[in-house]
Ligand binder design. Structure first.
Ligand code: SAH
Length: 209
């Protein structure tokens, strides 16, 4: 259930759903998603669905992880990427081979500790984790070549301010009862916005737990 073959089938499903970036698909193929969920759920790890990770949070659906990663990279290799909402650590692990450095922040201390153990076990040496409120970004590491927000709400100004010129921010933005996956690009003169479709994420909350 957790074999390489099962992972390949997931990749074929993502390809059929329209994910075309081979670099992203190979990162998904190389990331053992079953190690990012509770053992009791590991047989379901390669289904294309979100799964609970405790504390009312979820590991995102692989299709959404692939779509967001593809939109963030836009065919390039990025140097510094910030992820807001480490959760299980899966999205950060998928980014790890695709960028030079991943900075990921999570507001729930227990999830940070578990994710750190997973990064260590997998030998992911370019993933830096911090227990902090991601609505503030990670100012000492800014500017970023890309920012990925994996919890839904309003996009905090602190995050757009920490984007380098030419960099993209991908985030689920609340629009009434649904969220719109939004891609914001910082230009020389301001920001450009593109809508990538409806998604469902847990809420972006302020403060620490
Ligand atoms: N990227 C994750 C999905 C996580 S779900 C994965 O691959 O598993 C969203 C996560 O965002 C939750 O763990 C939640 O606690 C966290 N979160 C919500 N608001 C946050 C904030 N302000 N700062 C940091 N993390 C936040």
């Amino acid at each position: 259930m957790t074999s390489e073959g099962t992972r390949k089938r997931l990749v074929e499903r993502l390809r059929a759903k329209g994910i075309g970036d081979e670099v992203v698909l190979s990162a998904i193929a190389g990331t053992p998603r079953h190690l990012f969920v509770d053992e009791a759920l590991s047989s379901r790890a390669y289904e294309d669905s979100a799964l609970p990770i405790g504390r009312g949070q979820t590991i995102s659906q692989p299709y959404v992880v692939a779509m967001m990663t593809q939109a963030l990279l836009n065919g390039r290799r990025l140097e510094k990427v910030l992820e807001v909402g480490t959760g299980s650590g899966y999205q950060a692990a998928v980014l790890s081979p695709l960028v030079d450095k991943v900075f990921t922040v999570e507001r729930i201390g227990e999830l940070v500790r578990i994710a750190r153990k997973r990064f260590h076990r997998l030998g992911l040496k370019n993933v830096y984790t911090r227990h902090s409120d991601g609505t503030l970004g990670w100012p000492s590491q800014a500017p970023f070549d890309g920012i990925l927000v994996t919890a839904g709400g309003r996009i905090p100004d602190a995050l757009t301010e920490q984007l380098a010129v030419g960099a993209r921010l991908v985030a689920p933005v609340s629009a009434g009862r649904v969220q719109e996956l939004t891609c914001i690009t910082r230009t020389e003169s301001g920001f450009e916005e593109e809508n990538l479709g409806a998604v469902t994420f847990v809420p972006l909350l302020e403060g620490l737990e």
